[in-house]
Design a protein around this ligand. Structure first.
Ligand code: GLV
Length: 327
């Protein structure tokens, strides 16, 4: 019988085409509110109106017991994301639902975005652009927009999975930065290739780094990993970058730290209560914000669509999908 798949929002065509060419009947949820993701109620209403065999979900879709209850025919949830903290894995296992992700293919995109945020902070490019566009440029000034070089600075990486490794590569090889890292697992490759030094604790890393960049998944153990006490341990001149998941940072504490100039600045692509921003965050002059777009590059997004579709195809072909995350 023809299998029915729900893609919860438009993704690059490649994913849809692959599924259709393999004979799946595919529905794509239209967004009712422009580019916003569907609410869980909207999604549940799709799932109860139609019997789907599989879902291609987004990182914004909460795939929990309530949703699974409403979709008893669903056998696979293929997340269109590297992260999968939006899926209740225990619940999927209980119900025999396979969950997959799209690892690796967005690592370079996210790493380059982290570097772009770093450069935006150190070169003050966002402020300078606004200043120039507002017609304030009256002629060259020896004291205007003085930033700082990355070269020779210490980058503190928290988490060196596939994204953290790419950041280490670009920072060490492209910008001659010194790399310190904290990870529960030692990474011999970055120690050998990029002279990275591992520290035993986050507390040891924070006071030494000129820039701290987060690259950990959101887990119970990483929730609020960066909190008020740890922000105080950073250098006053340091910058903080987050392209991982918002709740890894206590965003309210970060606003306070930025306001009180406990650190020099921050650049964030992810937010604790996305798409809401912590009160006061958007009006700070020492923060740069992007709307969770670190993986929004043509190559990464096409590959994410291809892998999500392939996971569905493999599953219904009776094979184990390559990227199952709830083994
Ligand atoms: C993006 O945030 C992803 O997890 O792929």
């Amino acid at each position: 019988m023809t299998k029915r798949i729900l893609i919860t929002r438009e993704i690059p065509k490649l994913g849809l085409t692959m599924l259709q060419e393999r004979g799946f009947e595919v529905d794509v949820c239209p967004g009712e509110t422009g580019d916003a993701s569907l609410s869980q109620d909207e999604l549940i209403s799709y799932l109860t109106k139609n019997q789907y065999d599989g879902i291609v979900s987004l990182l914004t879709d909460k795939i929990d017991a309530k949703l699974m209850e409403a979709a008893p025919s669903v056998k696979i949830v293929a997340n269109y994301a590297a992260g999968f903290n939006n899926i209740d894995l225990v619940e999927t296992k209980k119900r025999g639902i396979v969950a997959t992700n799209t690892p690796g293919v967005s690592s370079i995109a996210v790493a380059e975005h982290a570097m772009a945020l770093m450069l935006a902070l150190t070169t003050r490019i966002v402020e300078a652009d606004l200043f120039t566009k507002k017609g304030k440029y009256q002629g060259w000034s020896p004291m205007a927009f003085i930033g700082t070089d990355l070269s020779g600075k210490t980058l503190g990486l928290i988490g060196v999975g596939s994204i953290g490794i790419e950041v280490a590569r670009i920072a060490a090889q492209g910008f001659a930065m010194k790399i310190l890292y904290y990870d529960v697992v030692p990474n011999e490759k970055i120690e050998k290739d990029y002279s990275a030094q591992r520290v035993a604790t986050v507390e040891e890393l924070l006071p030494q780094a000129d820039i701290v960049s987060l690259h950990v998944p959101l887990l119970d153990s990483t929730h609020h990993l960066i909190n008020a006490a740890r922000l105080k341990m950073m250098k006053k001149s340091a910058f903080f970058i987050n392209t991982s998941r918002g709740p890894v940072v206590d965003e309210k504490a970060l606003v306070t730290a930025l306001k009180e100039r406990l650190i020099a600045g921050a650049a964030l692509d992810v937010f604790e209560f996305e798409p809401e921003l912590a009160p006061g965050l958007a009006t700070l002059d020492n923060v740069i914000l992007t709307p969770h777009i670190a993986s929004a590059r043509d190559h990464a997004r096409n590959e994410m669509a291809r892998i999500a579709a392939q996971n569905i195809i493999d599953f219904f072909d009776g094979n184990k999908p390559q990227n199952q995350v709830n083994l």
